[in-house]
Each structure stands twice: as structure tokens, then as C-alpha cells.
Design a protein around this ligand. Structure first.
Ligand code: NAP
Length: 261
């Protein structure tokens, strides 16, 4: 369903369009703000927090940007296809996708993880990104009559560090995103689509509270060479660069935004 806040009309055809999954809060919201500032019309996906998504849309519209909020669970194929159809109706074409929606779960060791948790983790973080990438390729690929585009996947330094004692399942889901980035980048490289990824380290968002440790940053920050967490805006800068024409010869590339970790 479309949120209460409608996109600004008329849509100006010279604007590039961007769909960001999980953009109501955290890194996705920072990316939406920066993208709108740079002239993108932005689709702001969320799963539950309509108030946050609508508030962000209002903020962007108030600054003469263009945005619309779209509710969808990226783990649901039905929701994902509906989300892209709503995006098509709002903005016409899709130029860029940021696969950002992602979850952690309560910190625990592997031997206490059950299949329900693993299913939730992998359907959201992996299947969700695959389904959204599929819909984007169907729209962007010159093979399907599209005019090309750019995809940025949000991985994590956890893919390389493994997150022992916290969430190895999450780290493994992000390693899958790294492999998908490499493979899809090669698959669509001569069809006008660039596929890259950003690997954030520890970034100040609400995700740490959802893993059961709201003050995780205070515990781990001294293990980061820069001795501080990153801010969502610092990740957004890397994402926007990879989406931009300045990154025109980059595909299958990764930017670590992790303070040296
Ligand atoms: P966050 O603050 O917890 O925000 C999560 C966002 O994802 C929210 O907008 C949430 O929507 C949305 N979301 C969650 N499940 C969804 C689903 N099934 N379908 C659609 N949207 C969904 O997270 P964050 O820290 O910004 O993380 C963003 C991405 O960066 C994730 O992929 C995460 O793994 C990655 N990352 C984060 C860090 C970090 O330290 N923060 C480090 C490395 C990688 P609602 O508001 O509706 O709940």
C-alpha cells in the first residue's frame, strides 16, 4: 500500500529515480536524504515504521525534493513485485536500486540458533536482495529493453570478520551478498548495469539495539582503528558515489566504510 504521503507531482523527467529498501531509518534514511539532495526521486521502502517513512518523505518534499514511501517486506516475493509496480507508477522508470534492508537477531552462539531464526535471517538479508535485484534487472537491462542503471548492495564487514559470539548467521548472509555482487556484476556488465557493494563496519543506528545490545558501540569501538563508530551519512556518501557516473568503470567493486577495521 502507498503511504499517506504522495510523491510531488508533476514528476520531472530529468530526475534520476532510486529505490532504497529499508530507508525509513538508519543508513537507508541517510542515503535517501543525500540522494534527494543530489536530485534523485527516491522510493523509500519500509516494513513497519510508516511514521518514520512518511516523516522522511515530508522532510524531502519540504526541501523541494521528490520522494514516496512504499511499505513492503523484502522477504516476501508478492510484496517485492508490488513494491516495484508502485515505484513504476510513481516514477515511471527505475535508474538505481540500493539493497539496504537488513536485520540482525539476538546475539548468540551458533549452537543455540534455531531454523526459524536462520530462515528469517536468510529470507530477509539474502532472498530479499536477490528478489529486488531481479526486479531491477528486469527493468534496467538493455537485454530487456531498459536503459541500464546501477545497483548498490549493502553488505557488512561482518562478511569477512564472521561475527563470532554475536551473529555468525548474519555474517554468512552478508557473505552471500558479496558473492551475489560479484556474480551479478559480471552477468549484467554488458547490459548497462553496474553492481557494487558497500561494507559498513560499526555504524551508529538502531540495528545494535535490535541485536539486544543498544550500547554495543561503546563495547567494541576500541577494537576499531579509528576508535569510533561510523555515522550513517558516511556510508551514504560511499553509496551515492557508487551510484554516480563518477563510478562509471566500477562494477563488482566493494567499498569498506569501517574505520580501518
Ligand atoms: P536499522 O537502523 O535497523 O534500519 C533497518 C531498516 O530496514 C528500517 O528502515 C526497517 O524498516 C527496514 N527493514 C527491516 N526489515 C525489513 C524488511 N523485511 N523489508 C523491508 N524493510 C525492512 O539498520 P541499519 O543499521 O541502517 O542497516 C542498514 C543496512 O546496513 C543493513 O543491511 C545492515 O545489515 C547493514 N549494516 C549495518 C551496520 C551498522 O553497524 N549499522 C553495519 C554493517 C552493515 P522499519 O523502520 O519499517 O522497521
Amino acid at each position: 500500500m502507498l503511504s499517506a504521503v504522495a510523491p510531488r507531482a508533476p514528476y520531472t523527467a530529468c530526475m534520476k529515480t532510486l529505490l532504497i529498501t529499508g530507508a525509513s531509518r538508519g543508513i537507508g534514511a541517510a542515503t535517501a536524504r543525500l540522494a534527494a539532495h543530489r536530485g534523485y526521486a527516491v522510493g523509500i521502502n519500509y516494513i513497519r515504521n510508516a511514521a518514520a517513512a512518511d516523516s522522511l518523505v515530508r522532510e524531502i518534499l519540504a526541501k523541494s525534493g521528490n520522494a514516496t514511501a512504499i511499505q513492503a517486506d523484502v522477504a516476501s516475493e508478492t510484496d517485492v513485485t508490488r513494491m516495484f509496480t508502485q515505484f513504476d507508477r510513481a516514477f515511471g522508470t527505475l535508474d538505481a536500486l540500493v539493497n539496504n534492508a537488513g536485520i540482525v537477531d539476538q546475539q548468540m552462539r551458533l549452537e543455540t540458533m534455531d531454523s526459524a531464526r536462520l530462515h528469517r535471517m536468510f529470507t530477509t538479508n539474502v532472498t530479499g536482495s536477490f528478489l529486488c535485484a531481479r526486479e531491477a534487472v528486469r527493468r534496467m537491462s538493455t537485454r530487456h529493453g531498459g536503459k541500464g542503471g546501477a545497483i548498490v548492495n549493502i553488505s557488512s564487514k561482518a562478511a569477512q570478520l564472521g561475527s563470532p559470539g554475536e551473529y555468525i548467521d548474519y555474517a554468512a548472509s552478508k557473505a552471500a551478498i558479496d558473492a551475489m555482487t560479484v556474480g551479478l556484476a559480471k552477468e549484467v556488465a554488458d547490459e548497462g548495469i553496474r553492481v557494487n557493494a558497500v561494507r559498513p563496519g560499526i555504524v551508529r543506528t538502531e540495528i545494535h539495539a535490535s541485536g539486544g545490545e543498544p550500547h554495543r558501540i561503546e563495547r567494541v569501538k576500541y577494537s576499531i582503528p579509528m576508535k569510533r563508530a561510523g555515522e550513517a551519512e558516511e556510508v551514504a556518501n560511499a553509496i551515492l558515489w557508487l551510484l554516480s557516473d563518477q563510478a562509471s568503470y566500477c562494477t563488482g567493486s566493494f567499498i569498506d566504510v569501517s574505520g580501518g577495521r
